[in-house]
Write a protein that binds this ligand. Sequence first.
Ligand code: PGA
Length: 256
Amino acid sequence: VITMDKQNRKAIIAGNWKMNKTATEAKALISELIPAVKDAGCEVVICVPFTDLVTAVEMTKGTNIHVGAENVHFEKSGAFTGEISADMLTDLGVEYVVIGHSERRQYFAETNETVNKRTKAALAGGLKPIICVGEKLSEKQMGITEEIVCLQTKAALHGVSRTQLDEVVIAYEPIWAIGTGMTATPEDANQTIRAIRNAIRDVYGDVAQNIRILYGGSMNDKNARDLMAQSDIDGGLIGGASLVAEKFEKIVNYNR
Ligand code: PGA
């Protein structure tokens, strides 16, 4: 059932390139993407590695493609060798940033606390965070999915103001579904996303209706339409399928 609330939230299809594509390869893919997605009814975002950002921002100027980074540090500047600040990203023309992806939580010691710090730094710096939450297979099997994702969401948003909340995007990505070809069923994904929206409502009230919550995890050109038909799924965060122009094009045009 598509509700009025859903119609008020502009859908986002965001590519998450992860650690893929050199600047040379990015140039080739973006040249294919620009004409392929130009008539999209949704907002189109590509989140790309730091080394591809300049290329992506330059090439997408004047197009309907928005550019995001894959991470941001929480300090403004200083002795943090190897890190990238929000100002460095906004100065390039970057608009979005992925925060707290499960791969960062799993391999790079990202915690609910660092996700919260990065979220606040991103918002203070004028970036729109795409905050990732999701349960492990063992947590799903224990029946604690909703508790886990609501905890992650509330922790990520701690100290974020009601005004700042408008800029926030959440991506629900069950870890067992990422890169595995095992997508959550549209109904299950929708139910968990509703729980996330209710958790936001607990803290912020009815503005929770305006927040865009995406699904991610083996979303592709075959299953996008069914996922997007759900009442609370406002878009997708797409890994593997965002690296192939023809697949990303079909996801972006899920309505046709
Ligand atoms: P996938 O990745 O589409 O390759 O499963 C999604 C993600 O990790 O954002």
